[in-house]
Design a protein around this ligand. Sequence first.
Ligand SMILES: *Cc1c(COP(=O)(O)O)cnc(C)c1O
Length: 381
Amino acid sequence: MTNERIFLSPPHMLGSEREMLLEAFDSGYVAPAGPMIERFEAAFAEYVGGRYGVALSSGTAALHLALRIVGVGRDDLVAAPTLTFIGGVAAIDYQGAAPIFVDADPGDWCMSPKGLEDAFDLAERAGKRIAAVVPTDLYGQAADIDVLQSICDARGAPLVMDSAEAVGALYKGRHAGGGVASAFSFNGNKIITSAGGGMLVTDDKALADRARYLSTAARQPTPHYEHTEVGYNYRLSNLSAAVGLAQLQTIEQRVALRRGIFDTYVARLGGLPGVSFAPEAADRRHSRWLTVMLIEPTVAGVTPEQIRVALEAVNIETRPLWKPMHMQPVFREALRTDCSVAEHLYERGLCLPSGSGMTAADLDRVCAALEQVLGRASAAA
Ligand SMILES: *Cc1c(COP(=O)(O)O)cnc(C)c1O
């Protein structure tokens, strides 16, 4: 039996990536400018149902630009889910603002609407302004954006979506994302990759234009590069855009493959004591970017960490859930409301190998390893 490493979510070339990369190379646009960028922006915006796409060097860059453009500044608060990757939260810090953390909803694991209401009340009592709200579409499931949007409207705060993990996810039949702008990521571990990159998508032309301007060093259209403010170098390269565009062409196949992997895990392991899986809300299509298993240690007889170590020993990569932001040393002092759902999930969750390039044999190897460690534990109990 092979013992080759099975990664959590490695890049997967599935179509014309190589040809399009070479086409971009041969065109001479080996630069952060060129025709592949425009094609990628147009195709991606169309896929997610937005009017304008601005290709950027990362999802984090997209989040940073969005927060700057909606006016987040020093002394502001920005409401963010505690159960998330740090990208959207780092962007808050880049703007000199502070996060206020909101719990996960038990139904979809994304930002809790009730928790968001509590955060607005807490901020008000602290005499602070929540200048923006940045929910995450977690692990490939869209947040309940209609409800979150109505809270933001009532409170007068702009909504920016961290949809970095949600390419291919649907909400009430439309693509995940929304608010004033959505940030997507094409990092190497995401469902599509551009070898690193991101995109800001918005229906607001002025916002898109401003994002593009800030991402290209905020230079005025003068021959001598006049500057009236300081921007960033956040552009995506034309080579990266070629890979991203090629990957996008197979997105539906990728979603089907990831959902199939999830279904196999559920079929093989869902009946074991103390084992369950991340829910899919009734009005959504989860992309299953990552399959997340939940372990109830008192029933399963084993902790997620023990499972992780056991799988690592047979060269299979698994990962805990995102460690909640309010538990991170760097955010010890941050404001937050009750975050007990996120803590509960963090203690019980484990992300399983979910790459769309996994073979049936890979998947069987992971399932067999999980059955062994879970079976051993339940036999001992
Ligand atoms: C991946 C990710 C990001 C950041 O995207 P990068 O392209 O890696 O900068 C932001 N937020 C979430 C939730 C992510 O998973």
